[in-house]
Design a protein around this ligand. Structure first.
Ligand code: NOJ
Length: 563
């Protein structure tokens, strides 16, 4: 087991995360070392030098725990082990040690809202009688109707269908996601204690931080009688009450849980860090991100906003203000394992909503036809915008290669529970989880020595890391150069706007950071004049003194050229 003071975890940088670039690895799709078609931990280790070279500060691994993969690993059967298909705890320790030597920190995903139905506790609960201590670790209730044949409440599952499933003796259990993901009862001290154990287990192994799944769901109002939602069926953040009174989501009591976690985090040197995945109203995000809480909360408005100057200006301002209120820094995310990859989002006409994207996926990505060169151009501009903002940037694997969504996966290959639970109305998230291409040629394009668990498109090799490496015009080299330059920025956490409201309305974003650093983004179809300064990096070719449409540039002005 690596000592917590391994090279990447020095007590001198307790605040390493404030301006870090954190690379999200979806382990089953990253690199396969043993040829079973599933990415694994030794595969991750083998590619760590690539990530160090890319210039990221940390890796965050989506779940790699034993799981029957009912929800891509977010159904955890054992929180303190590695799925045997992905390796062993020794492999994990070796990965953390190699990461440390390369100067990379390791973060893991914690899934506290629900376990897998294969978890030993749930199996015990099924075998035990109603009212037993084993059932009290989850949320079992009698049904309604004459014979209890109706679910206890009208609560929907986030994946579609009811949030209750009936067991053999007639009781029902709660699952806000798939039936294979029973929700824990966080009123039960045993559940709380067990997660403390898990947090210490990984912290002791040298893990620097945690991404907390569904962080807003743990504290539920489970007092009798359970309340129906009636008209309030939506779990969308803006539909949740602003006062924390929803029976399921974002209740104030959830923060008691995280205050307990914070004591554990702070018992380490450096303190462990956590970022909340909390789908709550912006005004309520602060509590998750506070120093006495998890420390940071994902800001998904940036990801969801249209790539327009006015919209981005608004989102950036409010994210920075939220983070300041929390004493944290903001997070910036363009893609992750739950959304359509942004090259494809930006390749579609208009500004597609989540619903539009779901419909687009159902057409196998044909209608409307994506304009990929435009998507690439916009994604490159968005990358330089994001990577210059103060705060932490979360980069999803393959984003640095400019991968598009694989929207035409055969329906027979789909694994996302959304596909089945929605009765074929939502295709789901498999298209952003297709295993990475590392080499132009070869079985599974270098993903592994054999095939890949999700089929890769025939042209996947053109995106391969080895094709892009060294090609100055490539996506990969843009990210590499940007991350190298970004290191000179991060000592300072402030941003000042240098564009007028009128310029913003015309599509221009311009802000400065310390040291005469300017970021200028032209998010419009017209040309705009390029401000003076030394060009450090541009997301696309520049034409004379103009910034072409959908292009971002980083400039530096010295004292002489500043006026
Ligand atoms: C959020 C995760 O990112 C997603 O992949 C998962 O399906 C749900 N939480 C449930 O764990």
């Amino acid at each position: 087991m690596p000592h917590p003071d391994s090279p990447a975890l020095s007590s001198h940088d307790a605040h390493w995360w404030r301006q870090a670039v954190i690379y999200q690895i979806y382990p089953r799709s990253f690199a396969d070392s043993d040829g079973d078609g599933i990415g694994d931990i030794p595969g991750v280790t083998s590619r760590l030098p690539y990530l160090a070279d890319l210039g990221v500060d940390a890796v965050w691994l989506s779940p790699f725990y034993p799981s029957q993969l009912a929800d891509g690993g977010y159904d955890v059967a054992d929180y303190r082990d590695v799925d045997p298909r992905l390796g062993t705890l020794d492999d994990f320790d070796a990965m953390v040690a190699v990461a440390g030597r390369l100067g990379l920190k390791t973060m893991v995903d914690i899934v506290p809202n629900h376990s897998s139905d294969q978890h030993v506790w749930f199996q015990e609960a099924l075998a035990a009688a109603p009212g037993s201590a084993a059932r009290e670790r989850y949320v079992f209730r009698d049904g309604r109707g004459r014979d209890g044949e109706l679910p206890p409440t009208d609560w929907p599952s986030s994946f579609g269908g009811p949030a209750w499933t009936r067991v053999a003796d007639g009781q029902w259990y709660l699952h806000l996601y798939a039936p294979e993901q029973p929700d824990f009862n966080w009123d039960n001290p045993e559940v709380r204690e067990d997660f403390h154990h898990t947090l210490r287990f990984w912290s002791d192994r040298g893990v620097a931080g945690f991404r907390v799944d569904v962080a807003h769901g743990l504290a539920k109002d489970l007092g009798a009688p359970l309340r129906d939602l009636g008209e309030q069926q939506s779990y969308h953040p803006d539909a949740l009450p602003a006062d924390g009174s929803h029976p399921l989501w974002d209740r104030d009591a959830v923060h008691d849980i995280y205050r307990g976690w914070r004591q554990i985090f702070d018992s380490y040197d450096p303190p462990r860090f956590a970022v909340a995945e909390a789908w709550v109203r912006a005004s309520r995000r602060t509590a998750y991100a506070s120093a006495g809480g998890l420390g940071q909360a994902f800001e998904f408005d940036f990801l969801g906003a249209p790539l327009g100057a006015v919209e981005m200006h608004t989102v950036i301002d409010s994210a920075l203000a939220d983070a300041r209120r929390a004493g944290a820094t903001s997070t910036w995310v363009l893609s992750n394992h739950d959304v359509v990859r942004h090259v494809s989002r930006y390749a579609l006409p208009g500004d597609p909503t989540k619903r539009d994207l779901e419909e687009w996926l159902l057409t196998d990505g044909r209608d409307p036809a994506p304009d990929l060169p435009t998507g690439v151009r916009r994604a490159r501009a968005a990358a330089l915008l994001m990577l210059a903002l103060p705060g932490s940037a979360y980069v999803y694997q393959g984003e640095e290669l400019g991968l598009p969504e694989v929207a035409d996966l055969d329906r027979a290959d789909l694994r996302d529970p959304m596909w089945v639970r929605s009765g074929g109305r939502v295709k789901g998230r498999d298209g952003c989880r297709v295993p990475l291409p590392w080499t132009r040629e070869g079985t599974s394009f270098g993903f592994g020595p054999a095939g890949s668990w999700l089929p890769q498109p025939a042209d996947w090799g053109t995106y391969a890391a080895d094709v892009q490496s060294g090609d100055k015009a490539s996506f990969l080299e843009l990210y590499r150069r940007a991350l190298r330059l970004r290191r000179t920025l991060v000592a300072d956490e402030t941003l000042e706007w240098a564009c007028s409201p009128e310029q913003t309305r015309q599509g221009l974003l311009h802000f400065t950071r310390a040291g005469g650093w300017h970021t200028v983004s032209n998010l419009s179809d017209g040309h705009v004049p390029l401000p003076p300064g030394e060009v450090l990096l541009a997301s696309g070719p520049l034409t004379g003194d103009e910034l072409p449409p959908w292009t971002s540039v980083w400039l530096r002005t010295g004292a002489a050229s500043e006026h």
